[in-house]
Design a protein around this ligand. Structure first.
Ligand SMILES: NC(=O)c1ccc[n+]([C@@H]2O[C@H](COP(=O)([O-])OP(=O)(O)OC[C@H]3O[C@@H](n4cnc5c(N)ncnc54)[C@H](O)[C@@H]3O)[C@@H](O)[C@H]2O)c1
Ligand SMILES: O=C(O)C[C@H](O)C(=O)O
Length: 311
């Protein structure tokens, strides 16, 4: 069994490393357009196998899609990251073309693969990949919610000085500043978070979560990779091990939440078949308004993609 990660940059390499360490496949193929980068990182990673005790073979290639043939899951991380002062949406002009051509190559060599998009602007890159892949949307979706909820959960763990393992949370909407963390669906070992953190502090955590990517971009001059790479690998694990995990995933809505034809983060069941179910939780009026606002923000960028006429 083979898994491919396209883009051997910060996120792609981290994701491939997590996949290898978890032994999610016999082989992980890391592909990049830049000569030598994927080969070098794959070789370096493979040399950790005797130390970290895993068997998954890590191979690196430069633009050689033959080597990716027959992949069960493909994670697409290729594309530019943002720099301080930029929004994720500013990346569309370059990343849309990259995601389109990469997706076409991936599908040509692995027609049955489940494709997980990571490149930004995430929701719209999922839509671009879906159009390019010409596959059911249950097999083409994006990673953002696992990362965004992880940030939210980490901030709550810090505030309460408890283990992050005990924080369960749900966050919906687009992967941008309009994302919708849901305190009503956030618990600490089963205790509603609203009973443990006062409203002002929780609001500050929500605001920090929404701008969590930007906080890291400002600190590092480029965007995050450890948590994003681990988040994408956790989705791969749910698929290849058929775990039926419930994660917020960027998926194409077909009437769920009263929305049609838009990629948006919602809770889904993830297993061998990809997205096996979209879960419709009950939202109150205020939560629904926030979700609609987030959907409107995503839709405006989808319109930009449509206007580019590249797909
Ligand atoms: N969805 C999320 O939550 C999330 C989180 C972090 C980063 N991202 C996004 O992921 C993308 C990658 O981020 P990064 O930090 O790894 O960037 P990076 O610059 O470190 O790596 C990107 C890699 O893509 C490669 N690439 C470019 N065009 C390619 C092509 N046509 N084919 C193959 N490879 C190609 C580059 O050579 C580079 O090695 C960015 O768009 C970033 O915004 C998304
Ligand atoms: O913030 C970014 O640009 C990268 C990514 O979407 C993130 O949330 O870390």
């Amino acid at each position: 069994m083979k898994i491919t990660v396209v883009g051997a940059g910060n996120v792609g390499a981290t994701c491939a490393n997590c996949i290898a360490q978890k032994e999610l496949a016999n082989e992980v193929v890391l592909l990049d357009i830049k000569e030598g980068v994927a080969e070098g990182k794959a070789l370096d990673m493979w040399q950790t196998a005797p130390i970290n005790y895993y068997n998954t073979k890590v191979t690196g290639v430069t633009n050689d899609y033959e080597a990716t043939a027959g992949s069960e899951v493909v994670v697409i991380t290729s594309g530019l990251p943002r720099k301080p002062g930029m929004s994720r949406d500013d990346l569309i002009s370059i990343n849309a073309g990259i995601v389109k051509s990469v997706t076409e190559n991936v599908v040509k060599h692995s027609p049955d693969a489940i494709i997980i998009i990571v490149s930004n602007p995430l929701d719209v890159m999922c839509y671009a990949a879906y159009l390019a892949a010409k596959k059911p949307s249950t097999k083409v979706f994006g990673m953002a919610g696992v990362l965004d909820t992880a940030r939210y959960r980490a901030f709550i763990a810090d505030e309460l000085q408890v283990s992050p393992k005990d924080i369960q949370a749900l966050l919906m909407g687009g992967h941008g500043d309009t994302m919708v963390p849901l305190p009503r669906y956030t618990t600490v070992a089963g205790i509603p978070v609203t009973e443990l953190i006062d409203a002002d502090k929780l609001e500050a955590i929500i605001e920090r979560t929404k701008k969590g990517g930007g906080e890291l971009v400002n600190l590092m001059g480029t965007s995050a990779w450890y948590a994003p790479g681990a988040a994408a690998a956790q989705m791969v694990e749910a698929i290849v091990r058929d775990q039926k995990r419930i994660f917020p995933v960027c998926t194409l809505l077909n009437g769920e939440y009263g929305m049609e034809g838009i990629y948006l983060g919602v809770p889904v069941k993830l297993g061998k078949a990809g997205i096996e179910e979209v879960i419709e939780v009950k939202l109150n009026d205020a939560e629904m308004e926030l979700l609609k606002g987030s959907a409107a923000a995503v839709k405006s960028v989808m319109d930009v993609l449509d206007g580019m006429n590249i797909i």
